[in-house]
Design a protein around this ligand. Structure first.
Ligand code: NAP
Length: 293
C-alpha cells in the first residue's frame, strides 16, 4: 500500500512555480498577482485567506487581501470585484465562500471575469470544463487529478466512483475524469444521498473519491482489494487525548480501508494540501494567458 503524499506533491508544485515566477520577473514580464476578497469575520475563512496570501508570497507572487465588513451590500461587493477585474496587477480573483446570507454567491461569482476566475466557479468556466475546453479547473479536483498523474495511477478505462455531487468537488472531478484525454478517460459513476446502499457502487470502484463531509464514512467492507482511495473529507471530531480537544479526519476510515487499498490519501496531508498549490497554478496560468506569454 502506498500513501499518496499531498504535502510532497504540493511542495513540488510550489517549487516549480517559484522558479517560473522568478524567471518571469528576471525577463521583465511582470509578477503574477492574486486578489482575495473576504467578507465578514468568519475565523475559518480568515485562516484560509491568510494561508493563500502566505503561499503566494512564498513563491514570489503578488497578493492582495481585501477584507470587507460583514454588512457589505451585494452591490458594493460586486463593484469591488469589478475594480479588480479592471486591475492589471490582479491576474486572479477569489471571493472567499461562504458569503453572508444577504449576498448571492452566484451573482458575485458571475461578476468575476471568467479570465480571472482562478477558483473555476464561473458558469463559463464550468461549461468549458464539461465540454473539455481549456479552462480554470476548481482547485480541489485539479489537485486530485494532479495527485493521480504524479503517482502514475492509471485512470484510462478505470471505474471511478465519486461519492458526493457538490459543485466544488463531486461534479467537477467527475467531469474532469470523464474527459477523453490522457489524464482521464475513466468510466465514472457519481453517488449521492439518494442511493439506498452506496456500497453497491463503491465496491466496484478501481478509484474511489469520497467527498461527503461525514467522518470515517467509508469502511473496509465498502471497497475492493487494490482500490485507489482519494479522501477529500475534512471533518473535525472530538479527541479528548489531543491538545486541542479535537482532530481532523477524512470521510474514509483510514485504518481499515488502508488494509485493502493499493494507494490512499491520508487526512491531513493528502488532498487538502493540494488545493492552495493548484490555486497558485491557476493564478500563474492566468498571468501567462493575460500577458500572452
Ligand atoms: P457538500 O457540498 O456537503 O456535499 C456532500 C455530498 O455528499 C452531497 O452531494 C451529498 O449528497 C453527499 N452525501 C452526504 N451524505 C451522503 C450519504 N450518506 N451517502 C451518499 N452521499 C452522501 O460537501 P463538499 O463541499 O463537496 O465537501 C465534502 C467534504 O470535502 C467535506 O468534508 C469538506 O470539508 C471537504 N472539502 C475539502 C476540500 C479540500 O481538501 N481542500 C475542499 C472542499 C471540500 P446530496 O447531494 O444528495 O445531498
Amino acid at each position: 500500500m502506498t500513501i499518496i503524499d499531498g504535502k510532497k506533491i504540493s511542495d513540488e508544485i510550489k517549487s516549480e512555480l517559484k522558479i517560473k515566477v522568478e524567471e518571469a520577473k528576471s525577463k521583465g514580464l511582470g509578477v503574477p498577482g492574486l486578489t482575495a476578497i473576504l467578507v465578514g469575520e468568519d475565523p475559518a475563512s480568515q485562516v484560509y485567506v491568510n494561508s493563500k496570501n502566505k503561499a503566494c508570497e512564498k513563491i514570489g507572487m503578488n497578493s492582495v487581501v481585501e477584507i470587507l465588513p460583514e454588512k457589505t451590500a451585494e452591490t458594493e461587493l460586486i463593484e469591488i470585484v469589478r475594480k479588480y477585474n479592471a486591475d492589471k496587477n490582479t491576474n486572479g480573483i477569489l471571493v472567499q465562500l461562504p458569503l453572508p446570507s444577504h449576498i448571492s454567491e452566484q451573482k458575485v461569482i458571475e461578476a468575476i471575469l471568467p479570465e480571472k476566475d482562478v477558483d473555476g466557479f464561473h458558469p463559463v468556466n464550468v461549461g468549458k470544463l464539461v465540454i473539455g475546453l481549456e479552462t480554470f479547473y476548481p482547485c480541489t479536483p485539479y489537485g486530485i487529478v494532479e495527485l493521480l498523474k504524479r503517482y502514475k495511477i492509471e485512470t484510462s478505462g478505470k471505474h471511478v466512483v465519486v461519492v458526493g455531487r457538490s459543485n466544488i468537488v463531486g461534479k467537477p472531478i467527475a467531469n474532469m475524469l470523464l474527459q477523453k484525454n490522457e489524464n482521464a478517460n475513466s468510466i465514472v459513476t457519481v453517488v449521492h444521498s439518494a442511493a439506498k446502499d452506496i456500497s453497491e457502487f463503491t465496491k466496484h470502484a478501481d478509484i474511489l473519491i469520497a467527498a461527503i463531509g461525514k467522518p470515517n464514512f467509508i469502511t473496509a467492507g465498502m471497497v475492493k482489494e487494490g482500490v485507489t482511495v482519494i479522501d477529500v473529507g475534512i471533518n473535525r471530531i472530538d479527541s479528548p487525548e489531543s491538545k486541542k480537544g479535537y482532530k481532523i479526519v477524512g470521510d474514509v476510515d483510514f485504518d481499515s480501508v488502508s488494509q485493502k487499498a493499493a494507494y490512499i490519501t491520508p487526512v491531513p496531508g493528502g488532498v487538502g494540501r493540494m488545493t492552495i498549490a493548484m490555486l497558485l497554478q491557476n493564478t500563474y496560468n492566468a498571468f501567462i494567458k493575460q500577458n500572452e506569454i
